[in-house]
Design a protein around this ligand. Structure first.
Ligand code: UGA
Length: 444
């Protein structure tokens, strides 16, 4: 089993660290944020991720997992160092690599023996060689010639099911040109490697590209079905029937064909923009990705128009109270980064609506994200409280607790009977039976 350091305890870092320890490795997670590290040490997980706390607790107890702010200690004790720091969007749409560079330079300043540096952060193609150069640059300053290999090992976990995704991946991708590094990576992923999980070895650049291409492809799939949904509304087709039948074709597959208010989160919007940027820089414009980005923006605005049209046209939401259920970019997370709810709520407020909001996990995050709209929003205590006296219910995130609303009660609580089910959770017939006027996505 390997001795591993993981730099960065955000989503990817904390999940990777905890799960790699669960595989039997010895893992030291390091972060410069002392509060965060203290919190992890006490077993309090500062991010909302179902199941992660149990894995962390189990592995701390077993002595396989520790948290520290002491980078020198972490590097000294290990020979595989994962970089899992953030790569936020840069102003030009590319990825800001300053945290990756800082981590790489620090590694170069600290290593004393052969080390494999594994890049888990999502980075543009070519970053692997930059990381090598940053490390070598620091070693040269120390006048040392310590061997070091850089590996690209992209992560495909989803927020909300991160632990399962990490421990049951569809594939593990290892990008490296070094046989020595590849052997060590097999140790790191020993339990998956022996488990017949598809284990794909490529060069560094391919591994980096695999991550962007995979995320972009999924984003394309969502935008594709969203545009088909829009066409279904005009033609009388039902997008759920269309997607179901399309998905039965094994070449297409049924996943990520749910029409909705547009994709959000910390990955698809950022990674599609970064890939578009890489394409433009390389003189190979990624037309499909460029269009997907635009289609996703218009999908969010389309939801606002749908509400306005139903309520009586432009200006019809002015002065009306609208209940919004679901603010996180998807269920089982408190994350609102690039959530369609931000655009949709913002536009409704700009059109003069007052909002009553509820989300099972994202209320704290919504409070600061929607701070600038303070006078126009109020936060409800539960899903039914949000509905009281509202002119419409807008369902934006398909949390389980919103899947079984008592629609008769919903109708009673609302002042006007408008129900916008932008995740297609309900059937039109059941909503209409309760006396509601139903509007889904991609179905009449
Ligand atoms: C995504 C990928 O699914 C992961 O494989 C990847 O590792 C991760 O990005 C990353 O790069 O770190 P995540 O952002 O957690 O994971 O969320 P998804 O479950 O992929 O959902 C993204 C967005 O697409 C959500 O807003 C969701 O509501 C939307 N979506 C998803 C749809 O609108 N329709 C669908 O059919 C599926």
């Amino acid at each position: 089993m390997a001795n591993i350091a993981v730099i960065g305890t955000g989503y990817v870092g904390s999940v990777s660290g905890a799960c790699l320890a669960d595989f039997g490795n010895r893992v030291i997670c390091v972060d410069s944020n002392a509060d965060k590290i203290e919190s992890f040490k006490k077993g309090i997980v500062p991010i909302y991720e179902p199941g992660l706390d149990a894995v962390i607790e189990r592995n701390i107890k077993a002595g396989r997992l520790m948290f520290t702010t002491d980078m020198a200690f972490a590097i000294r004790e290990t020979n595989v160092v994962f970089i899992a720091v953030g790569t936020p969007p840069a102003e030009d749409g590319g990825a800001d690599l300053s945290h990756v560079e800082a981590a790489a330079r620090e590694i170069g300043q600290l290593i004393n023996s052969y080390t494999v540096v594994v890049n888990k952060s999502t980075v543009p193609v070519g970053t692997g060689s930059k990381v090598s150069a940053w490390i070598r640059g620091e070693l040269e300053k120390r006048k040392l010639d310590i061997p070091c290999d850089v590996v690209s090992n992209p992560e495909f976990l989803r927020e909300g099911s991160a632990v399962f995704d990490f421990t049951h991946p569809d594939r593990v991708v290892i990008g490296s040109d070094s046989g020595r590094a590849r052997e060590l990576m097999k140790e790191v992923y020993r339990s998956l490697y022996l488990n017949e999980t598809p284990y794909i070895e490529t060069n560094v650049e391919s591994a980096e590209m695999i991550k962007y291409a995979s995320n972009a492809f999924l984003a394309v799939k969502i935008s594709f079905i969203n545009e088909i949904a829009n066409l279904c509304e005009k033609t009388g087709a039902n997008v759920q029937d269309v997607a179901k039948a399309m998905g039965k074709d094994g070449r297409i597959g049924s996943k990520f064909l749910h029409a909705g208010p547009g994709y959000g989160g910390s990955c698809f919007p950022k990674d599609t923009r970064a890939l578009a940027r890489i394409g433009r820089d390389a003189g190979e414009v990624q037309n499909i990705v460029e269009t997907t980005i635009k289609a996703n923006e218009s999908q969010k605005l389309r939801m606002v128009r749908k509400i306005e049209d139903a309520l009586g046209g432009p200006g019809s939401v002015t002065g009306k109270t609208i209940a919004v259920l679901g603010l996180a970019f998807k269920p089982n997370t408190d994350d609102m980064r690039e959530s369609p709810a931000i655009t949709i709520c913002g536009e409704l407020i700009r059109s003069g609506a007052l909002l009553r909001l509820y989300d099972p996990a994202a209320m704290k995050e919504a409070a600061w994200r929607l701070e600038s709209f303070r006078g126009a929003v109020c936060f409800a205590s539960d899903e039914y409280d949000a509905l009281e006296g509202a002119a419409a219910l807008v369902l934006l995130t398909e949390w389980n607790q919103f899947r079984n609303l008592d629609l008769v009660k919903v109708k009673k609580l609302l002042a006007l009977p408008f129900f916008f089910d932008f995740r297609n959770v309900y059937k039109r017939e059941e909503a209409e039976k309760a006396g509601l006027r139903y509007f889904g996505v991609g179905k009449r």
